[in-house]
Design a protein around this ligand. Structure first.
Ligand SMILES: C[S@@+](CC[C@H](N)C(=O)[O-])C[C@H]1O[C@@H](n2cnc3c(N)ncnc32)[C@H](O)[C@@H]1O
Length: 308
């Protein structure tokens, strides 16, 4: 056995790992993004399934860590994010050229001018989205009551790297092989069939009234939504899908998922503006199946479908 970035794999699996095509990486900074937690999450994921379904995509760190040949259905209720993925899929080169132009214009004034603009052209909308995400404060996404993006300028001296061209090409290729949707999660989870793997990373239930950011969309995500999510997931699991859900360790989540496996995941909360509230905290990954019996990566004969 060899140890590979935090989890164990057999030698034969390591060999296959090297042969895999390079993966795309997320193009956005996204609140609640899972990049840092992948080494803890992947060992719980099944190694064989028919289709990957992710109803709350965000920046897609889990989706992009999946083998590019695996069929996938991805979704996010945020319409701007959805349109960005369509442009990344269909017009990657034009998007990069516009971002080059924005990078040359980088200044606080340009940030606020672009923030106030309402482009209609999908490529301009996508470039605006990436520029505001990379140069705004902390990669936050926040809308005011009128639905306008209102995150302040990030105050970096120089323009950060807005994109990596090789990565954008990989992202585009990956997206071409996926179905991309912009719907409510329930409709997407209903599409899960026996043998599919559904990974849900919803806005988290707050640990306290002030501790959490969970409004990526105008409506927010209430306890009622967490209930609705559990019901949809339980039905999918009943149809024979593998379903995994990330969430905070708030009492309502532990209660809702008490009939599932609950795995503790050590996280570091970085979205809080107060540095003393950014320490380590536990969140959970709940799974509809008992991984020890069947599907733990290093015990299963299949090739790992996810990796770092
Ligand atoms: C925690 S983020 C997902 C982060 C993602 N796993 C990543 O690594 O970047 C939650 C996402 O759920 C989306 N969302 C919120 N309400 C939704 C709904 N009712 N249906 C589908 N997506 C929703 C938000 O737009 C947001 O992108």
């Amino acid at each position: 056995m060899v140890k590979l970035r935090g989890f164990r794999m057999a030698h034969s699996e390591k060999f296959e790992f090297k042969k895999l095509t390079p993966r795309a990486r997320p193009v956005l900074k996204w609140a609640g993004g899972k990049s840092q937690l992948l080494p803890q999450l992947i060992p719980f994921f099944p190694t064989q399934f028919n289709r990957y379904i992710e109803p709350f995509l965000g920046a897609g760190s889990v989706y992009f860590s999946l083998d590019p040949k695996c069929p996938a259905l991805i979704n996010d209720a945020n319409p701007e994010l959805y349109e960005l993925y369509l442009v990344l899929r269909d017009h990657p080169a034009a998007l990069c050229r516009l971002l080059d132009k924005y990078s040359r214009k980088y200044s606080e004034q340009f940030y606020y001018d672009l923030r106030a603009s309402q482009p209609r052209n999908p490529i301009s909308k996508a470039a605006r989205f990436i520029f505001l995400n990379k140069t705004g404060f902390n990669g936050l996404y926040r809308l005011n009551s009128k639905g306008h993006f209102n995150v302040p300028f990030g105050k970096r001296e120089k323009c950060p790297l807005l994109y990596d061209e090789e990565n954008i090409k990989r992202v585009s290729e990956r997206l071409k092989k996926s179905q991309i949707k912009n719907m409510d999660f329930e409709k997407v989870i209903r599409l899960a069939k026996k043998g599919d793997f559904v990974y849900c990373d919803p806005p988290y239930s707050p640990l306290s009234r002030t501790s959490s950011f969970n409004s990526y969309t105008a409506g927010g995500f209430s306890d009622q939504e967490q209930n609705r999510l559990k019901e949809a997931c339980a039905e999918a699991a009943h149809r024979g899908a593998f379903v995994a859900v990330s969430n905070s360790s708030a009492p309502i989540i532990l209660e809702l998922f008490k009939d599932w496996k609950i795995h503790l995941i050590k996280a570091r909360r970085s979205i809080n503006s107060k540095s003393h509230l950014r320490g380590p905290i536990h969140e959970v990954l709940t799974t509809s199946w008992d991984f020890k019996k069947n599907h733990f990566n290093s015990n299963h004969p299949g090739r790992p479908l996810f990796h770092l």
